[in-house]
Design a protein. Structure first.
Length: 280
């Protein structure tokens, strides 16, 4: 093995010849801390291949996963929030909306569209947590209501993908009214005998849980999603007691009868196809 002995000590590569690994090649799971190639993570539906942690993703990812060949028509894509209350916290509400739009590339916290999923027509409304915590304002309620109207008109099944911190405080009672409006629209959808599937992802809380998220003909969830009304910290401080292990997780909610089943994101399209084929 004499040929393997280094003749000169140290590394003599000039600085200008050194190459850094490009950014974005690797993904570190925030749950198990293991490293995965970004490409593998994406092919795995943005879930960890080691611990199955489901990363928070936006509507663009869900649309790509579900719609055939990522082909769909977006509904009401230019609808934006007003400022009826002239709300100001650390900055005026319109400024916060503009800043969030520039940061996320979104118009509000939900996107709606229709297309085909394994050749079955479907209307999808999907929330984006990156837009002010996925909070439910008047635009969110209006876009969901219009998507339901479209589903009723064309007799397409409706899928709601929830990911929200609840009502948007900057819109106060205007936000809370969306709970009643969306629930009323879903009653019309039910009267028309059109299937409604509600998919809850991490987190689904507040007024969203108290309205359309829990009104599905089938209420389903991704693994380990936080589902509840008040958050666990608020409940713990209110009652002054420790909460059961896994409290408000999807598995806990399923065990107590509020979910029909839990579905892995990798299997979501096939499960939805089977469900829609069975009930149509």
């Amino acid at each position: 093995m004499s040929w393997f002995i280094r003749k000169e000590k140290g590394i003599n590569t000039p600085t200008e010849m050194k190459r850094e690994a490009p950014d974005g090649l690797w993904y570190q799971c925030p749950n198990c801390k293991k490293i995965t190639a970004t490409r593998e993570h994406k092919l795995n539906a943005h879930t960890c291949p080691h611990c199955n942690y489901h990363e928070k993703v936006g509507s663009d990812i869900y649309f790509e996963l579900l719609f055939d060949d990522n082909e769909y028509t977006e509904l009401d894509k230019d609808l934006t929030s007003g400022d009826p209350l002239k709300f100001v916290d650390t900055k005026p509400y319109p400024d916060r909306i503009k800043t969030t739009m520039l940061k996320t590339g979104l118009k509000d916290a939900v996107r709606t569209g229709y297309g085909k999923i394994n050749n079955i027509n479907l209307v999808i409304a999907c929330m984006d947590f990156n837009f002010i915590g996925g909070s439910m304002g008047s635009v969110v309620g209006e876009k969901i209501a219009r998507a339901i109207d479209y589903a009723i008109k064309h007799k397409y099944p409706f899928l709601m993908i929830s990911k929200s911190g609840g009502a948007r405080m900057m819109e106060a009672s205007f936000s809370l009214m969306q709970m009643a409006k969306t629930s009323a629209k879903l009653a019309l959808l039910s009267e028309a005998k059109i299937p409604y599937i509600s998919l809850m992802t991490n987190p689904t809380t507040g007024g969203v849980t108290a309205s359309y998220a829990m009104l599905g003909d089938f209420n389903i969830s991704e693994p380990e999603a936080l589902i509840g009304f008040a958050g666990p910290r608020v409940i713990r401080e209110t009652i002054g007691k420790d909460l059961p292990k896994g409290f408000q997780s999807a598995e806990f909610v399923l065990e107590h009868g509020f979910l029909d089943f839990i579905v892995d994101r990798k299997d979501l399209k096939d499960k939805l196809t089977s469900l829609l084929t069975m009930i149509q």
